[in-house]
Structures are given as C-alpha cells and as structure tokens.
Design a protein around this ligand. Structure first.
Ligand SMILES: Cc1ncc(COP(=O)(O)O)c(C=O)c1O
Length: 304
C-alpha cells in the first residue's frame, strides 16, 4: 500500500514521480489543480469517487483560461484517476490531486509557447480542519478578485493569497480564515465555500463575489432543494451578518460539510452545530459514500 501517480503517461509509485527544478509552473504558479475524493465505504468494501467528471470539467475550463492544452478529456482523466486509486492498495479514504501545469523547463513569465502536462496522484488525507465546530477569524487579506487572477479555477498562483490568510489565522489561534473580497463582501474560506443560515434562509455568496464555484457547494445546494425543500439564496453577505447568523458552515472536497462554531471570537448561534447544518452534513455524507440512489450519476464506484 502506497500513494500512486499517473505521471508522464505512466503509472508509478508517487515517490518515483519527479519534476525538474526549472519547471515553469513551479516558478510562476502557472498551473491548475483539483481535489477529488475516493471515499471508502467500510461496509461495502468499495470506493465512491465523487463527481469526478464535474471536477475534471472544471479543471479543463481552468486549462482554457491558462492556455493549457492537454491530450485528455474528462473521461480519460477519470479513467486514470480510477486506476491510480486502485493501484494504491489503500482501503481507507483516498484523496486525488490532479495538476495541469506549464511543464517546460524554461525561464520567462508567459502562458503561450510552453509545453503542458497533467498528472494525478492518489494519497491519504487526515481530516482537513479537524473534527467539530471550526473557530474562524475574518482575514485582513482580501480574496483575490477575478480582475487579478481568474477565481473560477483552482489556479495554483491564487493559493498564495489563501496561504497568507491561513497562516495568519492559525498563528492567531484560529483554525480557518474567512476572506472578504475587495468590496468587503464575505467571499469564502481559504479552501472552502461558506454558507450561513439567517432567519431560516440558506444563504451563500454569489459567483461574482470572487468565489470558486465549489462542487460541494453545488451538491449542498441541490440537496437542500431536493431533500429539504430549501432554495439557496445567492447574494452578497456582509461581515456583520456572519456574527448574527443562526448557523454557518464550510463546504469543500477536503472539508466536506463543516460547521463553523465561532467567527472573530463570537459564537455562531448557540456555538453548537445547528439543525440545518446537521441535516445537510448527514445528507452530504450519504451521497459522498454513494449511498443515495437518487444521485447515482455523481458516483463512480470502484472495488479495490
Ligand atoms: C478556494 C476554494 N474554495 C472552495 C473550494 C471548494 O471546492 P470543492 O467543493 O469543489 O472542493 C476549494 C476547494 O479546494 C477551494 O480551494
């Protein structure tokens, strides 16, 4: 059992996959990554690779923006991902990390006339933000806007912005940072989308507030509508609304649905996981494990 990769057209143990130190993407952040879960169902002894096609569709859109041309489509990428998960030999939750990147070993900031490549690796991932309610702060770093770098793809260069916010938050004793955009609207966490419940309404920032269009965000919106009869309102949220929200939670592939217990030392609601968050958390975990047949188009089931 070991982490595995599909790299330069071949399957190999992760420890054997290496890139040169002059690789363009390493110097200039000219790459786009993904994060896809293969959730292990202990009862059924199988993995559910969750919304893999949608993850690759988003990554290929980011490739368009970054002028990255790959010889793969969503189906090829999904096929290689299934194979690397199998080759790990793991029987536990596996996290897949694809990266499409500017692969020429050349100096010079640009996107054109440079080779491109794509790999995917599969490894294990401990709970991303720990267990239980998350204590957050509002970051003094503003979320990068789409006028600076496209925020609709997971462009590696953007994550310097997230890393600055995350480290400051952690050093100040918080688990996660909530970033505002240049207009002062709540945007998202450093690697998660955010939802609040205010007066029984489920609210999340709109696509134009510098957010990544999260696949977990979309999943939660569909589950809220279909299973709880709740339409999600996409509208600008201001900082004060976070403090007075009845419930708040993050969504993301690494995090799943994670309740926020405090923002800037103020408890959210009672400080305990709220009822809507708890319902959505449960509904989400069912689909993430491939257990709800209504959403079978989201699942790629694979036996180790
Ligand atoms: C900045 C940012 N926002 C939101 C998300 C959540 O996206 P998804 O639900 O597709 O994992 C991520 C995921 O890594 C992210 O990096």
């Amino acid at each position: 059992m070991e982490p595995y990769a599909f790299f330069k057209g071949e399957y190999m143990p992760l420890k054997d996959a290496k890139i040169g130190i002059l690789t363009q993407a390493l110097h200039y952040g000219t790459a786009t990554f993904g994060g896809i879960r293969a959730n292990w169902d202990e009862e059924k002894q199988q993995f559910c690779l969750f919304r893999v096609w949608d993850h690759y569709h988003r990554q290929l859109n980011a490739c368009k923006i970054l002028n990255i041309h790959l010889p793969y489509d969503e189906n090829d990428m999904a096929k290689h991902t299934v194979e690397v998960v199998k080759r790990t030999g793991f029987k536990q939750n596996v996290y897949c990390r694809p990266l499409a990147y500017k692969s020429s070993e050349a100096i010079g900031v640009k996107l054109h006339d440079i080779d491109d490549d794509w790999f995917v690796l599969a490894t294990t991932l401990p709970p991303y933000l720990g267990e239980g309610g998350i204590k957050c702060c509002t970051s003094s770093w503003r979320r990068v806007s789409d006028t600076q770098i496209s925020t609709h793809g997971k462009v590696t260069g953007i994550y310097v912005n997230s890393a600055l916010a995350k480290t400051d938050a952690n050093r100040a004793g918080f688990q996660e940072a909530i970033m505002l955009n240049e207009a002062g609207h709540v945007s998202e966490g450093t690697g998660e989308n955010i939802f609040v419940v205010i007066k029984g309404q489920l609210v999340t920032p709109p696509p134009c507030d510098s957010i990544l269009l999260g696949i977990t965000r979309d999943t939660v919106m569909q589950l809220a509508k279909n299973e709880l009869g709740m339409e999600t309102v996409e509208r600008a949220i201001v900082r004060s609304e976070l403090y007075i929200a009845d419930e708040a939670f993050f969504t993301g592939t690494a995090t799943n649905v994670a309740p926020i217990s405090e923002v800037d030392n103020r408890p959210i609601g009672t400080g305990e996981t709220g009822p809507i968050t708890a319902k959505l958390q449960k509904l989400f975990m069912e689909v993430a494990l491939g257990r709800n047949p209504r959403y079978s188009e989201w699942y790629t089931i694979l036996k180790p």
